[in-house]
Write a protein that binds this ligand. Structure first.
Ligand SMILES: [Zn+2]
Length: 343
């Protein structure tokens, strides 16, 4: 369910990315002048960047077409150069603004963050990593509960019918938070696509999971029938944003529909079912919704580190804990029900 909120965040993010070139900071002619000079000479004033020297330019012209693809290390060099130029031009501009008593402005859709160990948004990276750790803890404790604490059918198979589905959910969550941490460390085309794709996959998968669990679909054939069209759609969408066009507006619609669908399903189910842990569902929906206000009230980073988005990532850490605890409760609840019936 948290992924509903993850996606809602992506909306806000994509929204700000859409207006990327219209951010106040990078529209400033002095900032633009600094960038042009930096990329041409590789230097800003006395400070020079080794990655801005492209000695191999033009080297690809004589090669056959299939070898004209730039090697990855060169791409990284260019990304590094662009990143360094943008960062140091931004720092210079922000210093100037501060001396005129002006507040911070956004550059390329992002607030001016202070780099730590080369990470662009260190706080968001740290909180993404903690979310990752929380999912890992949740998933491992779920695994131990299922396989070592609860009774097993014929001594080997879990009674809980959704165990395999939640294992997959755990893996996809780990993957998604991993790429979120990478994306916040270095925002380039490749990391952006990996982050967006992982989030869409996780979101699509958790929608399938929400349908299967809330409608108690246990029959294998019905599960396939429900999942197949959604898997086909998500696959097409991921291919579309990666290989054709990363259309932020369209991606936003896809995310909203999938997020709203699963959130309302869990909420309605929490309302009508007599699940002993339904309050945990409510808590995650409501707290997640409140935390979303942070994304809407998008304030600049305190000390160049903690902005609204980073704090929002921080709030999902305890929510992830509650969410996995709900999943564990569900496993115990279903198992004890099934054992009662079997007697
Ligand atoms: Zn983020």
């Amino acid at each position: 369910m948290l992924d509903g909120w993850v996606c809602a965040f992506l909306l806000v993010l994509s929204w700000s990315v859409e207006v990327i070139d219209a951010s106040a900071g990078d529209a400033d002619p002095r900032y633009r002048g600094c960038i042009t000079q930096c990329q041409e000479t590789g230097c800003i004033g006395q400070r020079c960047f080794p990655n801005c020297k492209f000695s191999s330019d033009g080297e690809f012209i004589d090669r056959p077409w299939y070898m004209q693809q730039e090697p990855l290390y060169l791409q990284w060099k260019k990304w590094d150069c662009q990143g360094d130029c943008r960062y140091y031009c931004m720092l210079d501009r922000e210093k100037e603004r501060e001396s005129h008593n002006l507040g911070p402005v956004k550059y390329h859709g992002k607030w001016p963050f202070r780099r730590i160990y080369g990470m662009q948004e260190p706080a968001s990276v740290a909180f993404s990593a903690l979310n990752l750790a929380m999912h890992f803890h949740g998933w491992v404790s779920f695994f131990i509960l299922i396989h070592y604490k609860l009774p097993l059918k014929d001594g080997k198979k879990a009674y809980y019918e959704y165990a395999g589905l939640w294992h997959m959910y755990g893996l996809l969550s780990l993957n998604s938070w991993f790429w979120s941490a990478v994306f916040h460390s270095r925002d380039v085309d490749l990391t952006e696509k990996l982050d967006y794709s992982s989030a869409v996959v996780l979101l699509g998968y958790s929608l399938i999971l929400a349908i299967l669990r809330t409608f108690s679909i246990r029959d294998e054939a019905t599960r396939v029938m429900v999942a197949a069209p959604l898997i086909a759609f998500v696959t097409t969408h991921v291919m579309y944003i990666n290989f054709y066009l990363l259309d932020y507006g369209w991606n936003m619609i896809v995310c909203v529909v999938m997020a709203v669908a699963q959130l309302s399903m869990w909420a309605v189910w929490a309302g009508v079912s007599n699940h002993p842990s339904r309050w945990k569902l409510w808590l995650v929906v409501i707290a997640g919704g409140l935390a979303m206000l942070l994304e809407i009230y998008d304030f600049p980073p305190h000390q160049g580190l903690f902005d609204a988005h980073a704090l929002w990532h921080a709030t999902t850490i305890p929510l992830t804990y509650i969410w996995w605890s709900f999943i564990r409760d569900d496993a115990e609840f279903r198992t004890s029900n099934l054992l009662k019936k079997a007697k």
